[in-house]
Ligand binder design. Structure first.
Ligand code: SAM
Length: 198
């Protein structure tokens, strides 16, 4: 397992695949353990690095992960097989915004895909959370650009960073969830679904 994780880190560096920072995945793994999280939905598998680490927290943790890039999806499948996690990890090859889910609910949703689409992912998948379920989102600092959109010259980057800034506002104002922001790795948010009965 350790060897596979090292191989995945090398593969990601060699092939320019963005994977989660070590501090961030350590934070998430601790969170999964502390909150007894058992089933997870991940948006954005890449090669399955965060997927496999999350699934490794306990024997009964399962992960469904969605990836739209075929090469990465195939690589993810290969890695899931290598660590014998086929029973714990379900890899879905599709655009997350087109996936149809029914009769499922998750303890935790990890959003780590196209950063400009965070709000869309949040709004689509929040219905598949259990009561008091949690949505974690990565890269809210976006390599230090967040909060500085006005100063960015590149139009594409400015637009992307503005969307992340809007997402942060959306989370702060969201009445259905309580969100805490953590200065870990590239910036994480943890949004806890409020109890409707209260
Ligand atoms: N979670 C992975 C990890 O830490 O090991 C890294 C994921 S990487 C930051 C983001 C991935 O999301 C990319 O592989 C990209 O192809 C995928 N992605 C982006 N938008 C997507 C969408 N709408 N549906 C499915 N996958 C998407």
């Amino acid at each position: 397992m350790k060897q596979l994780i090292l191989e995945m880190e090398s593969y990601a560096a060699e092939h320019n695949v963005p994977i989660i920072e070590k501090d961030s995945i350590a934070f998430i793994m601790k969170f999964i353990k502390a909150h007894n999280i058992k089933n997870i939905l991940e948006i954005g598998s890449a090669i399955g690095y965060s997927t496999i680490l999350m699934a490794s927290v306990a024997p009964d943790v399962t992960v469904t992960t969605i990836e739209r890039d075929e090469v990465r999806y195939m690589e993810c499948l290969k890695n899931v097989k290598k660590c014998n996690f086929e029973q714990k990890i379900n890899v879905v090859f599709q655009d997350a915004l087109e996936v149809n889910l029914s009769n499922v609910s998750y303890d935790m949703i990890f959003i780590d895909a196209a950063k400009a689409q965070n709000t869309k992912f949040f709004e689509k998948f929040k219905y598949f959370l259990k009561p008091n379920g949690v949505i974690i989102t990565d890269n809210l600092k976006f390599h230090g650009y967040t909060g500085k959109a006005d100063e960015i010259e590149s139009k594409n980057l400015r637009s992307l960073v503005s969307k992340i800034e809007e997402y942060i506002e959306f989370l702060k104002e969201n009445k259905e969830f309580d969100t805490n922001f953590y200065d870990v790795g590239d910036g994480l948010s943890v949004s806890v679904k409020k109890d409707e009965k209260k």
